[in-house]
Design a protein around this ligand. Structure first.
Ligand code: HEC
Length: 107
C-alpha cells in the first residue's frame, strides 16, 4: 500500500517537472529522449555510412531540421525521420537539439 503511494508521489513529481516546460532546451531531458536516436545515429551522435552525424549541430538548426521532418516539409526516401519526429513535441525537439549541440562533432 505505502509503496503504491510512493509510486503515485514519484509519478506526480515527474509530471510536475515535465509541466515546467523549459524555455530553452533541457540537455538532461534531451539525453533521455535521445535513447530513441542512438540506434541509428549512434551513442556519440556521429552516425555511420547510412545515418548522418547529428553531433555538435547548432541547436537552432537541429530544431529546424526536426520540425521540417515532422511537418513533412523535408522528406527522406524511407520517411524514417518523419516516423521518429511524428511523436515529438516542440519541447522534445528543443531538448534533443540542446543535447546534441553539447556533443563534439569531430574526433
Ligand atoms: C531508424 C533510424 C533512425 C532513427 C531512430 C533516427 N534517425 Fe535521424 N536520420 C536517419 C536517417 C537515415 C537520416 C537521413 C535522412 C535524409 O536523408 O534526410 C536521418 C537524418 C536526421 C537529421 C538530419 C541530419 C542532417 O544533417 O541533415 C537529424 C537532425 C536527425 N536525423 C535527428 C534525429 C533525432 C534527434 C532522432 C531521435 C529522435 C533520430 N534522428 C532518430 C535515421 C534515423
Amino acid at each position: 500500500m505505502s509503496s503504491i503511494k510512493l509510486l503515485v508521489a514519484i509519478l506526480f513529481i515527474m509530471l510536475l517537472s515535465v509541466g515546467v516546460a523549459q524555455a530553452g532546451g533541457d540537455v538532461a531531458r534531451g539525453q533521455e529522449l535521445a535513447a530513441d536516436c542512438v540506434d541509428c545515429h549512434g551513442e556519440d551522435g556521429k552516425g555511420d555510412e547510412e545515418n548522418p552525424s547529428i553531433a555538435g549541430l547548432d541547436a537552432k538548426e537541429h530544431l529546424a531540421m526536426l520540425e521540417a521532418y515532422k511537418s513533412g516539409e523535408r522528406t527522406d526516401e524511407d520517411e524514417i525521420m518523419l516516423m521518429f519526429t511524428e511523436e515529438l513535441s516542440t519541447q522534445d525537439m528543443t531538448d534533443l537539439a540542446a543535447y546534441y549541440a553539447t556533443l563534439p562533432c569531430d574526433g
